[in-house]
Design a protein around this ligand. Structure first.
Ligand SMILES: Nc1nc2c(ncn2[C@@H]2O[C@H](COP(=O)(O)OP(=O)(O)OP(=O)(O)O)[C@@H](O)[C@H]2O)c(=O)[nH]1
Ligand SMILES: [Zn+2]
Length: 287
C-alpha cells in the first residue's frame, strides 16, 4: 500500500494511507542505502492491523534540508501587512531560497485588515510571482487560498507573528478538530517544534516550517543568483557581455531596466546585497 509520512516520533513513522494512519518502522535496508525516511516521503508499506513497515521510498520531487521534509511543492511565504512590518529584503531572500530547494514560491500577505499593502502585491506580481492577500482574523481571501493549495504539499514559512498558525488553522478547519493545528504547533513552541503534515479535505498537505525564514542562501554561486529572480531570468543573453552578472558590466539590460523602473529598485537592491553575500562566502571558503 502507498502512503505519505506525515510525522515521525521516537523512531516511528506515521504513514497516512487511504483513510488510515499506520505506525510504521523502517526496514533496515534503508540504513544500508543511507537513506532516511523523511516527513513528506511517499512510501510503500506493508501493514498488519494499525502497524506497518516501510519497504520502499519513492523518488523525491524536492528535498528541504532544514527542516527536513520531502516533496514540498509550494512554499507559501507569509508576511504581515503590518505588525510585524514586512522586510522586502527578507521576502526576496526567502523567494530565492525556496527556488534553490526546487520549491515553487508564492507570496501571501496576511493581516490585510490592518493595512492593504497593494504596493507590495503589485511589486511582486510585476516581478512574476503569484500573490494572495488574506486576513486570517476576518477570514478574508482564505477560500481562494484554500482552493489554490488543494492537491499539493505546501510549506508555510515566515517570521514569527505573521499569522502562519492562524492561517493553517483556517485552511485545515474541515479536516481537523478546531484548534488542533494551533495546539500542536503551540505545544512545541519552547522546545524544538516537530514538523507535521496536515491533510486538506480536497487532497494535499500543509505544514509549518519553523526557522526557514532565518536561513542564509546556500548551494548556489553568486553568478547564478540572477536566475532566481524571475524578472531577470526573462532577459537571458540580452546583455552585452556573456555571463553578465548585472553588477558592474556596461550595457547591462538589467541595470537599464532598473533605471527605467521596469525592474523594481528594491528587488535589484536585494539582488546586489545577496550577490555580495554569496561572493564573500565563496572567498571565505577558499581560505
Ligand atoms: N489583525 C490581524 N491579526 C492577526 C491576523 N492573523 C493572525 N493575527 C494575530 O497575529 C498574532 C500571531 O499569529 P500566529 O498565527 O500565532 O503567528 P505565527 O506566524 O504562527 O507565529 P509563530 O508561531 O511565532 O511562528 C496572533 O495574535 C494572531 O491573533 C490577521 O489576519 N489580522
Ligand atoms: Zn547584465
Amino acid at each position: 500500500m502507498k502512503g505519505t509520512i506525515i510525522k515521525g516520533i521516537g523512531g516511528f513513522y506515521y504513514v497516512k494511507a487511504s483513510d488510515n494512519v499506520y505506525e510504521c518502522k523502517a526496514r533496515g535496508v534503508f540504513r544500508k542505502k543511507r537513506i532516511t525516511p523523511t516527513i513528506g516521503d511517499v512510501v510503500e508499506i506493508e501493514t498488519s492491523g494499525e502497524k506497518g513497515s516501510i519497504v520502499d521510498i519513492l523518488d523525491r520531487r524536492s528535498y528541504l534540508v532544514r527542516p527536513p521534509v520531502a516533496n514540498i511543492d509550494t512554499m507559501l511565504l507569509v508576511v504581515a501587512a503590518a505588525a510585524p512590518e514586512p522586510s522586502l529584503f527578507l521576502i526576496d531572500k526567502m523567494l530565492v531560497n525556496a527556488e534553490i530547494n526546487n520549491i515553487h514560491p508564492v507570496l501571501c500577505i496576511n493581516k490585510t485588515d490592518l493595512e492593504k499593502r497593494n504596493d507590495i502585491k503589485k511589486l511582486y506580481e510585476n516581478a512574476g510571482y503569484e500573490v494572495f492577500c488574506v486576513s486570517a482574523e476576518k477570514n478574508k481571501g482564505t477560500d481562494k487560498l484554500k482552493k489554490y493549495l488543494s492537491g499539493r504539499t505546501t510549506a508555510f514559512a515566515g517570521l514569527s507573528g505573521v499569522g502562519k498558525s492562524s492561517l493553517l488553522s483556517i485552511i485545515t478547519e474541515d479536516t481537523l478538530e478546531t484548534g488542533d493545528v494551533s495546539e500542536k504547533i503551540q505545544r512545541g513552541r519552547h522546545t524544538t517544534r516537530h514538523v507535521e503534515l496536515f491533510e486538506l479535505n480536497n487532497g494535499g498537505f500543509v505544514l509549518d516550517t519553523p526557522g526557514f525564514s532565518s536561513l542564509e542562501l546556500e548551494g548556489i554561486k553568486a553568478d547564478e543568483l540572477w536566475e532566481y529572480f524571475p524578472e531577470m531570468r526573462n532577459h537571458r543573453d540580452e546583455c552585452r557581455f556573456r555571463g553578465c552578472s548585472h553588477i558592474n558590466e556596461p550595457d547591462c539590460v538589467i541595470k537599464n531596466k532598473v533605471e527605467s523602473g521596469e525592474i523594481a529598485s528594491t528587488r535589484y537592491g536585494s539582488y546586489t546585497q545577496l550577490y555580495k553575500q554569496l561572493k564573500s562566502v565563496k572567498e571565505w571558503e577558499k581560505k
